[in-house]
Design a protein around this ligand. Structure first.
Ligand code: GDP
Ligand code: IMO
Ligand code: MG
Length: 424
């Protein structure tokens, strides 16, 4: 099994990369998060954003699996499939998606807990996607949640109503606005009935059997390393483990069976939501970069915060994941700049550190900058290594020296074929 993860704060271009290299795989298996993800793929000239559906869906031979560690909102999932059914035959979608029986359901009240906590002065505001992700994982850990496999149980409707009713009453007491309980309940049951058309199964057995039969499996990460609940920048991460190791837990595959680990990084940084961002810029260049890079949430449309490439954090992410294949995206967005700043170390209380978790630093951290020559080139004309502009080649060599790992793939644009495999 190979694993693909993001190395920054999300939106590195994971979806686009999987859409292309996924062709070499038989199964793409999403392992974490929920409808908070937004993985953009261009298909027949249209930009499609996948939230819960794995990014192998546009390759007809690929089975797309949703693992145990994912939290599934049946209402959001149904809406996503209905949307995709305009471009992929509905039956094909249904036949090519498998869901773990043990993955947890996102109940409709979780979304309102998320909204309530974001707006209430007694809670810390995270800047979440308001998809009910933290309440879903919390209720999983509290052992008060329902799982996808439960939808077949005779008690499912009663159990759902009990939880919804309790949470709804609590939220009402707190003054949270919500649609009527009966409406939320009915929509949720409709979503759950919809799920029954798909294969809801022991995905870990399916995957292990497939691996035994020499099928190729790629585990798809959502969010990214610096949003990991344990190793990311707490108190503002997401609520799941996002790093490569989490793929084994979620999918029930032994670490012995892992081969490649693809890590995706942009040539600069972005972050949506609150939290530490040592290389953030907020000037006019930030606005230009945001516009040119289309740095607005794929899912929430919020403007993404932008900043320069952060090597101490990237080294940390490469270390945590054991990246074997580094993927560099969006260097085309930096085209036209006379010089490109890169943070090579942090100065923290007059100490210099070149490998640090941004989670363990605060706003007093001062980036140490190196300015590399910029490049100016029409990227749409590049489709082989020899055409990569000299300055970008030097930028890549600099990264490789610092990171001690080769950049294997250079993404040159958002479209499927805009990718160059870099070799010696
Ligand atoms: P993901 O969440 O990691 O899949 O990334 P998103 O889809 O949320 O955000 C990445 C955005 O950048 C999408 O709009 C992609 O279409 C786009 N994209 C991906 N790779 C490249 C690239 O190399 N160059 C440019 N210009 N856009 C890219
Ligand atoms: P993909 O898979 C970027 C961020 C949110 C917020 C924090 C917690 O497209 O890279 P949550 O809703 O998860 O409780 O929000 O995590 N976040 C993402 N940022 N890309 C994502 O996914 C994200 N998923 C969550 O903005 O700061
Ligand atoms: Mg995204």
């Amino acid at each position: 099994m190979d694993i693909l993860i993001g190395l920054q704060w999300g939106d590195e271009g994971k979806g686009k990369f999987i859409d292309l290299i996924g062709r070499d795989y038989d199964i793409i298996a999403r392992f974490n998060g929920g409808a908070n993800a937004g993985h953009s793929i261009y298909y027949q000239g249209n930009k499609i954003t996948l939230k819960l559906v794995p990014s192998g869906i546009f390759c007809p031979h690929i089975k797309n699996l949703i693992g145990t560690g994912v939290v599934i909102d049946p209402v959001a999932f149904k809406a996503e499939i209905e949307e995709l059914a305009h471009i992929i035959p509905r039956q094909d979608l249904i036949d090519r998606i498998l869901i773990s029986k043990k993955s947890h359901l996102v109940l409709p009240t979780y979304r309102y807990w998320d909204i309530y906590m974001e707006h209430s002065p007694v809670y810390r505001t995270i800047g979440t996607t308001k998809n009910g992700i933290a309440p879903s994982y919390s209720n999983k850990i509290l052992r008060q949640n329902l799982r996808v496999g439960d939808i077949y149980s005779d008690n499912f409707k009663d159990d759902t109503y009990k939880i919804l009713n309790r949470q709804y009453t609590e939220l009402q007491l707190l003054g949270q606005d919500m649609p009527a309980l009966e409406e939320l309940y009915a929509d949720f049951l409709k979503g759950c009935n919809f799920l029954k058309q798909l294969a809801i199964t022991d995905t870990e057995i399916f995957l292990n059997q497939a691996l035994h039969d020499s099928k190729k499996v790629l585990a798809e990460g959502a969010q990214a390393t610096l949003l990991d609940i344990d190793h990311g920048s707490y108190s503002y991460p997401t609520s799941s483990n996002t790093i490569a190791a989490a793929a084994c837990v979620s999918l029930g595959v032994s670490p012995k069976l892992v081969n490649k680990i693809y890590g995706v990084t942009k040539a600069y940084c972005t972050r949506v939501g609150h939290g530490i961002f040592p290389t953030e810029i907020t000037d006019q260049i930030a606005d230009e970069l945001r516009e040119k890079g289309g740095e607005f949430g794929s899912n929430t449309k919020r403007p993404r915060r932008v900043g320069w490439l952060d090597l101490p954090a990237l080294k940390y992410a490469i270390m945590l994941n054991g990246v074997t294949d580094l993927v560099l995206t969006k260097a085309d967005i930096l085209s036209g700049m006379s010089e490109v700043p890169v943070c090579t170390a942090y100065e923290i209380n007059s100490e210099t550190r070149d490998l640090t978790a941004p989670t363990s630093v605060d706003d007093s951290v001062r980036p140490v900058w190196k300015f590399l020559d910029g490049w100016d080139f029409p990227f749409s004309k590049i489709n082989q290594q020899s055409q990569v502009p000299k300055e970008l080649k030097l930028f890549i060599s600099f990264l490789e020296e610092e990171l001690k790992i080769p950049v294997k793939y250079l993404s040159t644009g958002p479209q499927r074929e805009e990718l160059i495999i870099l070799g010696n």
